[in-house]
Structures are given as structure tokens and as C-alpha cells.
Design a protein around this ligand. Structure first.
Ligand code: GLY
Length: 337
């Protein structure tokens, strides 16, 4: 492939010096980690500790999102908002460079669903475990059973929700220009309201992996799953092409097999940003005028270390970390807003 590139560049009359600069440019974006929302800044730091010493992308994406899962100030992990019956139920999945993948869904009282998902991948012949079965497996693997209690911010927002108990579940969104949006823009503790952390990484050996973890929609129907534990919807990795991850309204990501669709657009030659945009455009086309009531954000890394993101609405941001660029929060482009 490099030879083909060389011949193409040669035919443009560029010098050997230009060619080596080209190779170096591509190399510079390795290792690289991207994650959704501003919580991604802290998560990327943990991932970077793995990547900077030549560690595996798979370890980086697990370690990274564990930081967010452990936080009591985010809509991910046991500190997050409960379902409408008052229980926190967690979904997560992970995928490596060899199409190995693992997932847990509707998991209760376990602090790190991403690590349980990895055990499903590594220690069972299955891809997905849900509910009591997932919890039983976690306990058998030595994960502690945490107390069944809500964090202080979650307790407050649940009590507020209970006053009306309207079943109008809306995915958490950072900032929306839509007047229809009813979810509070900030949590009671002042933090922004996010639904998911998705992380994708390219390691020094050129291998890709991804992870995705969430508590799902605030006050959702008991048993509801979104896109985040579903391989191909919330997350997909094809080590020959790239990695992609989604955040936002899970139902609408599932409808277009979001992360897998991004990968297929990249396989057809689109850049990561264009692949994300085309996928979001499909969602817009399906939703029509109702698109203003939801948010979806997608991130992607191509095998060559280029990366990008796109959102349906204004307000989606993501954290990017690689050696020269450190750890930056970028505002995504968007279709409406
Ligand atoms: N994207 C998270 C969810 O819909 O549950």
C-alpha cells in the first residue's frame, strides 16, 4: 500500500523528502485517543497513561472510561440517574482489533460494567450478557456487589421527576438550541448532563479498540436498552478501517446501526468526519421535524490516525489526546441548531 502511495505521489512529481514527511505526518497521530463530551478529558488522561508507554488500545479504552464510571458527578456509572422505578441500570460494551467484543446490559449494582463487558469478551463464548445473568457472572468473576442506593445528585433529580412522574424520557444532552428540550441543562450539582462516555483509541502498534458505557436515558422504562451495549450501534471497530462510537438518543442510533455505518462509509473512502456526518444525515432524514427533539453525536478514528466527529445538534463536544496536541476539548460540527 505504501508503495502504491509512493507511486501516486511520485506521479505528482513530489520529492522523496515530501514522501517521508507524509509518512511522518501519518505516524504523528499514533497513539491517539478520542472520547465523548467533556468528561472525556479526565478519561483520556487515564487512557493516555496506557498509550504513551506503548500499551494496547484495548487496555486504554477500558482504563479510560472506568474513570467516568467511578465518578458520582456524571450520567454514567452507579452515580447516574435511575430508571423510572428508581433503579440505576448500566449498559456497556468493548471491542478490540480482532473483532473480539463483549457487552453487558441492564446490569445493576456493579461499579465497572466496562470491565464486566471485557470479561464477557475474554472468558465466555458469548458477546452479550444482560440483567441478573450479567450480575451473576460479574459476582462469579469477583466484582463486588455495591449498595442499592442513589447518589445525592441522582436522588435530587429523581425526587424532582417523581413530582410529575411524566413518562417523557429524553436523552441527556449537553446544550440544545431546541426550545422543545425539557431535560434540565445542568445537574443539581452544577455539572453538565451527559448520557454516555464512548472512547476509541489507536495504539502505537497501529491497533484500534473502543469502549462505550452508560446509564442510558434518565427515568427510562425499566428494562430499556439503548445503543451503548450494542456492537454495531453504539460501537464498532474494524482494524483494517477504523473505529467509531456514538452518544445520544440510543433508539435513533440503533435504527441506522450507527457505529457500523460510520465504518462502512470510511471503508468506502470517506474521512472520519464525513463518515460521521453522513450517518447523522441518515438519522435526520428518518426523523424529519422530530430531529430537533433529540441529540446524536458520533466520533471516528481511521486506521491512518485521522479522526473526526459530527452531531445532529449544536452542543456536542469531544476530547482528543495525542502526543503533540495534548488533551483538547473540541466542539463538533452539527447539522441543525
Ligand atoms: N446512548 C445512550 C442510550 O441511549 O442509552
Amino acid at each position: 500500500m505504501l508503495r502504491r502511495k509512493f507511486l501516486q505521489i511520485g506521479s505528482l512529481g513530489l520529492s522523496a523528502f515530501s514522501f517521508s514527511s507524509f509518512v511522518n505526518l501519518q505516524e504523528k497521530r499514533k497513539p491517539l485517543v478520542l472520547s465523548t463530551w467533556d468528561a472525556g478529558i479526565e478519561a483520556n488522561k487515564a487512557a493516555w497513561e496506557v498509550l504513551k508507554t506503548g500499551g494496547r488500545a484495548l487496555d486504554a479504552v477500558e482504563k479510560g472510561v472506568m474513570v467516568t464510571e467511578a465518578s458520582q458527578n456524571c450520567c454514567v456509572g452507579l452515580g447516574a440517574n435511575p430508571d423510572r422505578d428508581g433503579f440505576v441500570t448500566l449498559d456497556a460494551c468493548i471491542m478490540d482489533e480482532n473483532f473480539n467484543c463483549g457487552s453487558v446490559a441492564f446490569l445493576e449494582r456493579i461499579k465497572h460494567p466496562i470491565s464486566v463487558a471485557r470479561r464477557v469478551m475474554e472468558k465466555t463464548p458469548h458477546v452479550m450478557l444482560v440483567g441478573n445473568g450479567a450480575q451473576q457472572f460479574a459476582l462469579a468473576e469477583g466484582f463486588p456487589l455495591e449498595k442499592q442506593e442513589l447518589s445525592e445528585p441522582a436522588k435530587k433529580s429523581y425526587e424532582k421527576w417523581l413530582k410529575k412522574s411524566e413518562y417523557n424520557p429524553v436523552i441527556n444532552i449537553e446544550r440544545s438550541s431546541s426550545s422543545v428540550y425539557q431535560i434540565p441543562q445542568k445537574l443539581d450539582n452544577g455539572d453538565w448532563n451527559h448520557d454516555t462516555i464512548g472512547m476509541i483509541a489507536l495504539d502505537a502498534n497501529g491497533n484500534l479498540s473502543g469502549s462505550c458505557t452508560t446509564s442510558g436515558m434518565a427515568f427510562k422504562m425499566r428494562g430499556r436498552l439503548g445503543d451503548s451495549p450494542i456492537i454495531g450501534a453504539g460501537l464498532y471497530v474494524d482494524n483494517e478501517v477504523g473505529a467509531a462510537v456514538a452518544t445520544g438518543q440510543g433508539e435513533d442510533v440503533i435504527r441506522v446501526a450507527g457505529a457500523h455505518t460510520v465504518i462502512e462509509f470510511m471503508r468506502a473512502g470517506l474521512t472520519p468526519e464525513d463518515a460521521c456526518r453522513k450517518t447523522i444525515e441518515r438519522i435526520l432524514k428518518i426523523k424529519g421535524a422530530k430531529a430537533k427533539d433529540i441529540q446524536v453525536g458520533m466520533l471516528a478514528i481511521a486506521k491512518n490516525g485521522t479522526y473526526g466527529g459530527y452531531a445532529l445538534q449544536k452542543g456536542f463536544n469531544y476530547a482528543v489526546c495525542y502526543a503533540d496536541n495534548k488533551n483538547n476539548l473540541l466542539d463538533s460540527k452539527f447539522l441543525i441548531g
